[in-house]
Structure formats: C-alpha cells, structure tokens
Write a protein that binds this ligand. Sequence first.
Ligand code: NAD
Length: 494
Amino acid sequence: MTSTDLETFDSVNPATGEVLATVSVHDAASIDAAVAAARPAAQWWGGLGFKERARRLRQWRGWLVNHANELAELVHEENGKPVDDAIIEISVAVEHLDWAATHAGKVLRRTSTRPGLLAVNHGASVEYVPFGVVGVIGPWNWPVHTPLGSISYALAAGNAVVFKPSEYTPLIGQWLADSFSRLTTEQPVFTVVTGRAETGAALCRSGVDKLAFTGSTATGKKVMAACAETLTPVVIECGGKDAMIVAADADIEAAAAGAAWGGMSNGGQTCVGIERVYVVAPVYERYVASLVSQTSELRAGDDRTADYGPITVPGQLDVIAAHIDEALDAGATALVGGRNSVQAPYVGPVVLADVPADSRAEQDETFGPTLTVTRVRDEDEAIARANGTKLGLGAAVYSARRGRAIAEQLRCGMVSVNSVLTFASVPSLPFGGVGASGFGRIHGPDGLREFARSRAVTVKRAPAPIEIASFARKPGAIKSLATVVQARWGRSRY
Ligand code: NAD
C-alpha cells in the first residue's frame, strides 16, 4: 500500500497500539492520477448495463460473505470493535449490496411519463444515468457498512468509485477495494487512496463528478466548501445526537435494553447511536432501574467476551471526558459510571441523569458509551427535548400504541419504533439527516438516485394540434391556447 515517493502514516490497533501497517499519504497528484484512471473505468462499467453489473456485484456479495471472518478479524484489529459486532456490520453491508444490485435497473432505467397538455404530441421519458467517477470519503466507526452504503449504490448506478477511507481504517478500505478488483479485473472501477484531511480535501478538488462524504459535521462543512470551488455535487452524511422517547405505555424492559444496546454497543461510536433518553414521569423510576441494571455490568475490552471495544480515535477520549465532567459540574447525577469511567483507551458505561438541556452532553455528539436520561412531563415535552438540538439524524420511540404518532413529530431522517437502529438495516429505506446531520440520502431508491443524474427526453410524435413554439404560428394560435387554458383551469373561484 505504499509508494516510494509518497509520505506514509501508520495504521494502529487502537486497543494495543501495535502498528498494523504503514500506508501511503496520497497527495493531489496521485489522487488526480487515480481519478484519471477511473474515467475510462467508469465508461466501461457504465456501459456494462444493469444486468451485468448486478451479476458482478452479486459475485462480490458472495466473496464478502465467504471471507466475512477474515474481514471481521481485520475490523477488530484496526477499528477495535468486537468480532461479533464486525460480523453484524458486514451482514448489514451485504444486504445493502444485494439490494442495490437487484434494484438499480428498476429504479434508474428509462421510464415514460405523461407529456401533459402543452406537449400532447410528444413522448416524454426520464432515465437516471451515472455521474461518472464518484469520490467517497468515509469514517472509521462503521468502516465497512458506512462507506459501502455509498459505494455499493454508486457502483450499482454505474459509476466508478475512488474511496478515501478514514486514516484510522485504511487497511479495511483497501481490503474492500481489493476484494472487488479481484472480480472485476478489466478496469480500476473501485480504487482506494489513503491519507488524512489533506488527502480528503484533494479528492474533493480532483474533478470527481460527485462526492459522497460521511463523517463529522465540522468536516462536512469543509468538504462542502472545497466541492463548491468546482460546483461538485455532494451528499453529506454527518453526526447525530439521537434521542429515544419512552412513552407511558412502553415495554419498559425492552426500552431499557434498546437504550443499552443503542447507546453503548460499538462503544457508543455509532452515528445513529442513542445518546439521550426522555422518559415520561409515570414510568421514569421503573425505566431508570432497568437501564441501570442493564448497563452497569457492560465491559469494554479487547478480548472475545468484551461487550465493546476501545475508543478508536484517542482524541475523542477528551471530548467524552469533557461532556461527563461538564454535566456533573452542572448538577447532573451519575447513575452508572462517572468521571473515572474514561481510562484510555477504554470508557466504561456511563448513565447521567438530570443533565441540563443546554449542556454539551445534551447538545453535541459525545460518541462514547454514555447516555443521558431525563424525566419529562409528557410526550410533548419529550418531543420538544428530542427536537432541541441542531443535529437530526435518527431516533427511537418506545410505545405500544403511540409510536408512529410520536415518530411523525420528530425532526430527523429516520425513526425506529419499539427498537433501535432498525432503519439502517432495511436496504429499501433512505438514510440521512436534517440540519447539522447533513443532507442527501444513501440507501434505498433515493440512495440509488443520489448517484445518478436525471436525463429527460421528449420525442415529437405528431404535429401539434395548435403550433405555439414557432414564429410561423397561425394568427389565432395564442388565442386558442388561452381558450383551452381558460376552459381547463379558469373555473375556480379565485
Ligand atoms: P471526520 O469528519 O473526522 O473524518 C471523516 C473523513 O473525512 C475521514 O476520512 C477524514 O480523513 C476526512 N477528512 C478530514 N478532514 C477533511 C477535509 N478537510 N477534507 C476532506 N476530508 C477530510 O469523522 P470521523 O471521526 O472519521 O467519523 C466520525 C463521525 O462520522 C461522527 O460524527 C459520526 O456520527 C459520523 N458518521 C456519520 C454517519 C452517517 O451516515 N450520517 C455514519 C458514520 C459516521
């Protein structure tokens, strides 16, 4: 993975500090070369058509499934998450890959539409054609599923992909590209460039036809600014501060189990992880008792029985510690863990109650195994608190009868009722946020269209009943048009 004339950096096991490999820092020139090589690859891949692409993508699906254990071990080593969590991640990614391959033709192929009165003598159709070369910039926290959520859909839509994985997970990114290249040897359809922020910025400026970014809100703004220089379209998938609402008629044990898993699996390093819980007063005490009993024994570690792994990015430990400290200083109570839970590279489970609404632990993404839990008067207050941050990615609602009604009032892109994170595993559902969580959608039909541009075509089939768009039109043509329009629309009261 290194080239002699490029700088390098190390990929490090976050649990042990062991250097796993030394990797190139791709500079602007090498990225431009990768994008240039991807151009003919995009032509070739796009020209294969939906059926052949689907066949090859299914072959890749088979490869990923048959080598899932090898990939899961690599994910464990480089990202730190338990092997079982890596298997979950790979399984979700494979379902999405299959869905994208199977549905791309149906969603993107040319379809006819009614031409309407003014073009009644024309046929009208729209098709969705690939952009060409798509740049993908990914995070480290779900290093397989998250980038593939863009890459699988971009490939299925007929694009070539140049992928810059996170500097914390370059080997996983390279593994994914190598596995695809093994099955598509003709052209470099899916390639990887490695490096840090400058490499990502250079990819934004490389002339790719679309840029799919997943990462933090702060970086998302920089990516958008860099892409604006060349009017390169972007899809921006940023962080979250997902809330759970627990209604009076909720299954309390299930809601507490959902928060425990949604908040603390993967060490809380999940964009749609639960970070805040709002519980209506009548069931608050019962809920808290269950949440404490279901989280206090969770254990972070590097061994096979650990519930979750280390904090992958060392700098995040300071953010987590600051959120906990500030909340406690502001009068919050630690129900589980506390100030001493941060023991690099691990953070033990933390549950904080009575955290002020304006504190960072309630407003900003913590990205650690921490939950805030708040007693609210009623569902309205829970909804207001849930909607009270700039971020708006996902959410969860627990209620026997009111789940959908509450979900419809939440300002976010996805909601799971009586479960957590389920929306992310449904390939036919769009995924993406509002506000500071970003815009654009991956997954589902919207996710396929995100990686294609529409091309609208009209075909004249017969002479116009009244020729209008011509200098040679008959003298009464516009009068006839006005009469027709009046007859169609002029009867309304206004
Ligand atoms: P990050 O923003 O630090 O980095 C993301 C990627 O951007 C990395 O590959 C990084 O090298 C690159 N990058 C950094 N600076 C850049 C620049 N100036 N120009 C171009 N690229 C640049 O995020 P992270 O720490 O890797 O990931 C965690 C974040 O990602 C969290 O906020 C998490 O919520 C979010 N996330 C969102 C989703 C989603 O689908 N919405 C999914 C997973 C993670």
